[in-house]
Every structure is written in C-alpha cells, then in structure tokens.
Write a protein that binds this ligand. Sequence first.
Ligand SMILES: *[C@@H]1O[C@H](CO)[C@@H](O)[C@H](O)[C@H]1NC(C)=O
Ligand SMILES: *[C@@H]1O[C@H](CO)[C@@H](O)[C@H](O)[C@H]1NC(C)=O
Ligand SMILES: *[C@@H]1O[C@H](CO)[C@@H](O)[C@H](O)[C@H]1NC(C)=O
Ligand SMILES: *[C@@H]1O[C@H](CO)[C@@H](O)[C@H](O)[C@H]1NC(C)=O
Ligand SMILES: *[C@@H]1O[C@H](CO)[C@@H](O)[C@H](O)[C@H]1NC(C)=O
Ligand SMILES: *[C@@H]1O[C@H](CO)[C@@H](O)[C@H](O)[C@H]1NC(C)=O
Ligand SMILES: *[C@@H]1O[C@H](CO)[C@@H](O)[C@H](O)[C@H]1NC(C)=O
Length: 480
Amino acid sequence: MLHFYLPIVFSLAFARAQTSSAPTCSTTLTPKNAAPSVASGWEAMVVATGLTSPRGIIFDSSGHLLVVQQGKGIGSLSLTDNGGACVIAGQPSDVILDGTLNHGIELSSDGKTLYASSAEAVYSWSYDPASSKNTSTPRQLVGGMSTSDHTTRTLLLSRKAEGMLMVSRGSTSNLDALAEDITSGHSQIKAFNITSATSLYDYNTDGLLLGWGLRNSVGVAEEPITGGIYSVENSVDEMVRDGQNIHQDNPGEEMNFHGYLNGAKYAQQGGNYGYPSCFAAWDVGTIPNNTGLQVGTQFAIGNQNATINDTFCKNDRVAPRLTFQAHTAPLDMKFNDNGSAAWVTFHGSWDRIDPIGYKLSVVGFSNGSPIESANSSTAAIDIVSNLDLSKCPNNCFRPVGLAWDSKGRLFMSSDTTGEIYVVVRADGSSANSASPFSGLPPTGTASAATTSSTKRSAAPRHMRSSWTLLIAFLVASIFM
Ligand SMILES: *[C@@H]1O[C@H](CO)[C@@H](O)[C@H](O)[C@H]1NC(C)=O
Ligand SMILES: *[C@@H]1O[C@H](CO)[C@@H](O)[C@H](O)[C@H]1NC(C)=O
Ligand SMILES: *[C@@H]1O[C@H](CO)[C@@H](O)[C@H](O)[C@H]1NC(C)=O
Ligand SMILES: *[C@@H]1O[C@H](CO)[C@@H](O)[C@H](O)[C@H]1NC(C)=O
Ligand SMILES: *[C@@H]1O[C@H](CO)[C@@H](O)[C@H](O)[C@H]1NC(C)=O
Ligand SMILES: *[C@@H]1O[C@H](CO)[C@@H](O)[C@H](O)[C@H]1NC(C)=O
Ligand SMILES: *[C@@H]1O[C@H](CO)[C@@H](O)[C@H](O)[C@H]1NC(C)=O
C-alpha cells in the first residue's frame, strides 16, 4: 500500500507548497488546549492568553482591543500587527478596575464614551482612545437590575437611531415564574434613549420594550442595512413534556427578531417570545404529542392545559426566526458590514450527555433576514470549532465575545481559557467583506472543517499542512 500512495502524496505536498503565498510569522502563541478545527479557506490563531475570563470585547478608534474581564474590570490590549493572522497582544493595561463588571461593553460612535454593565447597572465614562484611559468618574445610566443566575447585561448602541442603548437582561433561574409578569423586567430586551436621559433609568419601569419572554438573550445585534434588531437566546434546561424528560435535544436555542429603532414599524415589537411557557422545537421526533410541530415551532412545556398549550404557543407567542441545536449556548452575534452574514459564538453545553456547541458559526443573511427558512436546522455553518467535543467543556475553548477590527478581521474571546483568537480568510482577503461561504461546502454540511496548525512556525503554512497530510497518509497506510 505504501508504495502506491507515496508518489501521489509527494506530488500533492509539493504542488501545494509551490502555490503557497502565506507570509511567515515569527510570533508564537500556543492555544491552551488542542488547536481549533477551522473550515477550509479560514485561519484562526491565538493573539492573547492569560486573561481573566474575557467576555465582551470591542475595538476603540485607536485600535486598542478593550476586554471585559469578568470579575476584574476592563483591560486594554495593544496589538502588534504583522498582517493577516500574525497578530499578538501585549499584557492588558487596566482601564476600569471594577469587579462587578461582567460582560457588557460598548463605545459611542465618536469613540469618546465608554459603556459597561454589572448585574445591577449600566455605567458610562468619558474615554480617551489615544491613551486608552477613562477621563471621568462613572455615571450610572440604568439601574434596578440586580438578580441572581443570569446576570450579564449585554449592551448595544444603535447606529441607526442615535442614542438608543439596548440592554438585555436574563432570567433569575432556569424557569423564572416572574418573567410572566411584564413589570418584573426579567427576561427582556429594552432600549433607553441616553441622549434625552435627565436622570437614572429604572430598567423595570422605563425604556422601550423590544421583547419579553426571552430567557437569556445574551447576543444582540443590529442589521447594518435595514436596522433590524436580532438577538440569540439561551433556552431552557431540563425540559419535560407530558411527563417525559426531552432535554437532550429540546428545546432549540433561538435567533429572534425585534423590529427596528429607526422608525420602521414592526407589529410584533415588544411582543412575548414564549419563556417560561413556550419553547422552540429542535428534535421534533423526541417530543411527545408532536402533531403540527416542525423545527422552530413554539410548543408548550409540561402538560398542555386550557391556558398554556401548543395552539396558544403557536398563535400568541412570537416564534424565532431561526433555531439552533439545543444547549449550544449562543452568546454573541455580529453582522458583517454589508449584512450578508451574521457571526454567532456558541459557548457550548453543560446540560447534555454529549457536549455540543463550543464553536464560531456564520449564518447567511439577505435583505435583512436569514436566508434559511425558520424551520431549517442547518442555518449555522461552523467556521472555528473544537475537534474533539468529548474533551469539552474542561479542555476546550469556549467562544464568547466578537469584534471586527478596521482591517476586517474577526476577534473572539474564550472565557474559560483566558484567550483571544483572531479569525481571518486564509487568502488574506477581508473576512468582513469576503463571502463567508466561499470555499465551503453547501449549507448544512458543517463537517467540512479541517484541523489547522495553530502553532506558528517558520515554514509556510501550506507546506506545513502538506507534511501533516503526508504523515497522516503514511500512518493510515500502515494500518491498511
Ligand atoms: C476612571 O474610572 C474609575 C473607576 O470607575 C474611577 O475610580 C476613576 O476616578 C476614573 N478616572 C478619572 C480620571 O476620572
Ligand atoms: C432621543 O432623545 C433625543 C433628545 O430628546 C431626541 O432628539 C431623539 O429623537 C431621541 N431618539 C429616539 C430614537 O427616540
Ligand atoms: C397550565 O400549564 C402551565 C405551564 O405548565 C402552568 O404554569 C399552569 O399553572 C397550568 N394551568 C393550569 C390551569 O393548570
Ligand atoms: C397529548 O396531549 C393531550 C392534550 O394535552 C393529552 O390529553 C394527552 O395525554 C397527551 N398525550 C400523551 C401521550 O402524553
Ligand atoms: C389552549 O389555550 C387557549 C388560550 O390560552 C385556549 O383558548 C384554548 O381553549 C386552549 N386549547 C385547549 C385544547 O385547551
Ligand atoms: C419549511 O418552511 C418552508 C418555508 O416556510 C416550507 O416551504 C417548507 O415546506 C417547510 N419544510 C418542512 C419540512 O415543513
Ligand atoms: C456582501 O458581502 C458578500 C460576502 O459576504 C459578497 O458576496 C457580496 O457581493 C457583498 N454584497 C455587496 C452588495 O457588497
């Protein structure tokens, strides 16, 4: 067998090496765990290690990467940029030392006001991008949010309706009965006009309601062309239906649509999205009494009765635009500049026998909406993932926050490993403007990911991967 493969393998190796144009990179950061599995046409490299639970990330107008280190505060990373994925961060400098800050971060469009959140409140500071320092003490904008369990408060400033700050707040427990009460402020996304603010806003009683019945919608994004507001929701654990525990593959995680802030009308804005009574079907086959259900249909938890039943869930609760595999835990969503792709981080499961998620995926958009229909189970295409999910969660990176830099590279935090990754197109073109789907198999065949070396070496990348291929072939041949 060996003599049969060798010539093929060698010609493959050298053909690939000759066409290589990847620049060499002398800086080296090794991922904490196994190198990520990266889809064909893409590259992912570690740019920072040793951070304290990095969550939300954002670039300031001087190119510093600001990172919320959960339980510590906001740090600023200066990047040494040798092009492409050859980027390395120095040690973080402290911007705001405040252990209550836990996830949310935002900057005004002029770059001179910094926003961050704790479980209780949203704060702003005057900020100097050149020195990457706050130049004022904090001002509290929104308060009254303290709860237990889901305590992150994602922040997003509209770029279509200047001054509107969206704040997402989750539930106090897996099944939070108070979320049924609209005045509780639990499991809601609200928008606050911080331009017209004269005093501190109370989350429960002030603000424009974009949606309620949203268990824990950590990722919030504004589609850049139409101004449509989307969120990604972490759905319920341990779901029971008609006495059967169906939680392994139900319900699905949701991508919801909340209308616009720019004046465009959307009748369902401020509507109830189901939690804690109605949930989106993922694996319809394992749901008892599944007549009329397909992927994404809202159905009732527990035993159906005269008030909460599948008919009510379908007719009276806003259904998701897309549904993702149960327990994958989406935490951030960022559109590219022309609105043709939404990138979603999946932090990964705990409530499932076989771990799932732990990846960065992309969802195709067109004319302000997902390309795939609401009953699709294949809308998320995996770009960066953990190859061996059986090692998760303890020995995997866990994606959280996303940020584009000015060169169209996508940066991603991983909280449990204390890392920041950069994701680029392998051919050097902009990840933001290049088609995310070029070079990938058709939608739904997410298994096309290949393992890419994440350790930088002096040899050209394509040559290195050819040698890996060669060794793999030789090893395989021995066992044939
Ligand atoms: C920056 O913010 C911190 C923490 O919120 C505060 O203690 C400090 O006084 C601020 N710096 C300036 C220059 O106001
Ligand atoms: C926010 O408030 C400012 C000042 O009152 C006002 O000019 C602006 O129209 C408001 N924005 C929205 C989206 O309502
Ligand atoms: C109907 O079911 C819901 C959800 O399980 C439950 O909260 C509610 O108490 C039930 N209502 C009645 C009248 O049994
Ligand atoms: C299906 O739902 C109906 C109506 O709620 C209920 O009477 C019936 O017991 C359920 N069937 C099963 C198999 O649980
Ligand atoms: C389902 O719930 C709705 C209202 O929540 C009620 O009008 C309807 O009668 C219920 N259906 C059944 C079969 O109980
Ligand atoms: C999924 O939804 C699309 C669009 O609404 C519809 O055409 C298609 O029949 C649905 N597929 C299934 C399996 O129901
Ligand atoms: C938007 O980006 C996609 C790839 O992400 C590209 O294929 C498309 O041509 C771009 N469209 C416009 C209108 O620029």
